[in-house]
Ligand binder design. Sequence first.
Ligand code: AMP
Length: 291
Amino acid sequence: MIDRTQTPRTAPALARTPEELAHLRLELGGRVALVPTMGALHDGHRALMATAREQADAFVVSVFVNPLQFGPGEDYERYPRDLDADMAVCAEEGAALVFAPSVEDMYPGEQIVRIDPGAMGRVLEGEFRPGFFSGVLTVVNKLFNLVRPDVAVFGQKDAQQLALVRRMARDLNMPVAIAAAPTMRDPDNLASSSRNAYLAPEERRSALALSRALLSGADASVTGPVGILSAARAVLDEAAAGDPPVTVDYLSLVDANTFAEVPGDFRGDAVLLVAARVGQTRLIDNVPLTL
Ligand code: AMP
């Protein structure tokens, strides 16, 4: 749970342009962390900020709904945006600086050069959202260059994104450490997400099948990959017949390092992942498992 009893800290400085950021960045001494977000900040983002506090002397939060990572027909236009509320959360969590640029400032011309996430970016989320990881890695690379953090913090909630960012930093020799924060959940166990705001109460009830399926899979972990997947699948099959129904995009058990599906005799760090749609809302969740 997030501790909200702490006294509010000084309000962070706000940079609206790369130029303002460059100027304000000079005032940050010591080790600096970056927490990249798309705003509509919730407990998951607070967990990243707590990790940033532990890892650095000062931290910067970026708030930017990145058009490059949304496909046609996705929710770019209606994605929740509330900078005042986000500033209040950043103040409570002790951010030194918030970087909230406009689309025009981030992409003044066509973004011709982009990061290619490779094969690991074409499976799972990459299969269902073509171009998504290229958009994510490109904006993360731009944010690294603009903020020049010593460490950047990402959430386990987006496990494939975290793995790809780690891989990008390694493969491209980026001078930044990547830190992870565990998945935060609402009291009903739904993984906290800005997109949960889209869910009507009955949709939210159906959506709880995602975390239930993962728990069921985790409980079956001694039975190995086949048992894990069938335990999770049983919960999702029931939810597929529910009202409103849960429509599964994928359920997969992958090697935590490569995101390749694990063989039946796999031993090591794995991740059980699910993506599903309830009404118009697409949700993802995962649980790390050691087999
Ligand atoms: P977003 O604003 O949804 O793009 O997420 C920004 C960062 O917050 C990413 O690193 C996410 O993985 C992380 N994040 C989002 N939701 C959660 C959560 N429930 N728990 C932990 N981290 C999260």
